[in-house]
Design a protein around this ligand. Sequence first.
Ligand code: TEU
Length: 557
Amino acid sequence: MSETPWWQQAVIYQIYPKSFNDTDGDGIGDLQGVINKMDYLKELGIDAIWLCPIYQSPQVDNGYDITDYRTVDLRYGNNQDLERLIHVAHQYDIKIIMDMVANHTSDQCQWFKESKLSRNNYFSDWYIWRDPKIDGSEPNNWGSNFGGSAWTYVPDRKQYYLHYYAPGQPDLNWENPRVREAIYDMMRYWKAHGVDGWRMDVVTSISKDQRFLNNANPQKLPFIVANQNNGPRLHEFLQEMHKEVLEPFSMMSVGESPDSTANTAYQLVDPKRKELDMVFTFEHMHVDRKKGGMNGRWDVQAFDLIELKHILASWQNKLDGRGWNALYFENHDRARTPSRWGNDKKYRYESSTAFATVLHGLKGTPFIYQGEEIGMTNPNFQLEDYEDIELKSDYKKYVDEYKTITKTDFLKAAHKISRDNARTPMQWDASRNSGFTTGKPWFKLNPNYSKINVKNDLKSHKSVFHYYQYLIRLRHENTILTEGTFELILPEHPQVFAYLRQEKNKKWLIFANLSDQNIVNPLTNFCLEEKQVIVSNYVHPDWEKLVPYQAAIIMLT
Ligand code: TEU
């Protein structure tokens, strides 16, 4: 039998460097800032850091627009700092996962600068160029995630280039073997510098259907964002990358996969297929989105727990034996869970820890996003305070142009789900700018930092950090959590998320009341007793009822 890979027993911590810790006073977090917090991360108990992009970038999309894959952006430090960070992390027995943004580069990347000069130079076909239609318009009706057409015209070439995101993020042409080799080579370069694995940005978008057909357009909109994932050569490209880099250099991989479902994910993560180790699904993150709405993520509806349970359970069941789950509720594109699905006013500690319990009890590798471990919340900014290109372009599209959502509703939705909710600076203490920077922070802080911060949390008797720390320890010490079987119980219960994990003669019950109501405990047939409690977010619970956001892990046998 082969050995369990390290990442199956790991808990991974995601760092958004720009907002983590600034040591040089420029208001932007830096790599030295990460090094300085290594004791903190070790104390939490995590096994690996996923570092969001720190490469040279004009920051159109906060680093997801890279000009040079091998150079650290001066804002964050330099290559020596990164080497030191990797070295220090390894001394702490913490692995480093880097962000690989290989669907697109920045338009300031030398490859693109050359490519756009002419149709017959070395880089001409490194990007996706198409002729205009006879009337000069875009080659098709594909829309960009950040508004408008996915095509931008370049007079020098008299052609359009494709960009699924901003015009400053041209898509690479993966049909060209030289492009693929350049990416593999970059991956080998970072392996040589000690990097242990990759989080792959929108990796399921890399293969494009070469017919470039129009997207279906029943409402006759100018541009349609659709069919950006799972192109015809995706699996072939991933298998090639696996053979060229991932396998020979033992690098872990987790791919962002917006469109995969529990039924299809095995095609990417079944070890026999030799593609990726894990994928980040989006399915469970859409349980508060109106289906068929006109305004994408801004059509927010009440959180649907039953749907969340069904989705997560179906990923648990369907990948069993043919793939491994990546588990997350928060990341740099998602809002803060207590504000989004819990209650960040009256039950911030309880709802943070309740959601953590049901996530960390699942089979898979949990990912924690910076600040999640202290229960950070959404900031409820005014429109002008937001910074994110997605929010700004969607406001223009839906509020100004389509007029399908009012400003008030858009702002309400932004308070719930905008990406910026997760990007406010990390709240270390109650001092000026939360100890994040001595300068002027690049992005506004959540004003609640004087109350919610690491320093306060660590000394509180209701410490979210200590709860996460304990959950992480549990995973390290109990193979039932990493290896055990999974069985959802009470699937239709509207408030309680409960499931069983079992390994040999051991059986654990994991549950949470994910509502702010006192409810009759539907689990009393399990004869719950205090002495069986492995972890609980309330002290001395009364087992007859479940109080708001009560959660626990109970040893049944
Ligand atoms: O995210 C891709 C992604 O799927 C979402 O941004 C989504 O397309 C968008 O929110 C539409 O609602 C990755 C990164 O995580 C994100 O930060 C980048 O902006 C994006 O790719 C482009 O690189």
